[in-house]
Design a protein around this ligand. Sequence first.
Ligand code: SF4
Ligand code: SF4
Length: 281
Amino acid sequence: MYKVLVLSGKGGTGKTTIASSLIELFDSKVFGDVDVDAPNLFLLNRLEVTDTQDYYGLKKAIIDPEKCIKCGKCVEHCKFKAIEDYQTITYRCEGCGVCEFVCPAGAITMVDNVCGQTFEAIDANRKFYSAKLKMGEGNSGKLVTQVKSLMPEQDTICIIDGSPGVGCPVIAAMANVDLILLVCEATMSGLADMKRTYELSKSFNLKAACIINRFDLSLESTEMIESYLKEENITLVGKVPNDSNVVKCINQGLNVVDFDIPAAHAIRETARNLKKIIERG
Ligand code: SF4
Ligand code: SF4
């Protein structure tokens, strides 16, 4: 299985549109969405969720008011200010267990905490895996790792839609992939964000390719992106024009590459170029 992780330094670059198109063009048998804060690939690829599992993050402290003698030691030792009026403020609790350790009355218990769900959509031809983290919960990197561990090895090009940014979920997503596809919008901020993502990928020694999306928004920015790619020896696999038909397709939950529009032609060309890199291994 050859794993391609689709990334962008920031949201709104068209990353998921590109990922869903590549899934269709490569006829991927196994694919995933590890943007666990806002997964939406399943919408574009018309997938029906077939199973969900609770995901447990760090435990949370619970105080038993019957046992609590109001000594205040837990409040004093909690570095996260997660205890007030002898009750835990759950969203602040980091599950470190210090309060349980210092409590002289045995009034504190650490309990399991469901902080999200993994989900999958499996049919006769395709296996899709993703997850959704509850709002305000941490451990996104661990959840990404969990989703990736669910993906079975198969002889296919596996497209993984990653998170924007350079935080924990992106770092976790980069582990054990074969190539990152950077989706860069033709703006100066698009270039700056892509640079950060690419710099991060260097510590994983990953092969990288780039697609410039909406390249005609600013030909000057596109030129600067292309010269950065040359400097860094990153293969430019495609340039997609700004095409108003794309938004119409997305709004109807339809895949761009199912239509005879300029953006679809460019994405098909991108897929052909990417395939050549993959075949070279
Ligand atoms: S487990 Fe840690 S973070 Fe949570 S309330 Fe106790 S001391 Fe605070
Ligand atoms: S340390 Fe234990 S007994 Fe003391 S206030 Fe906290 S919960 Fe109550």
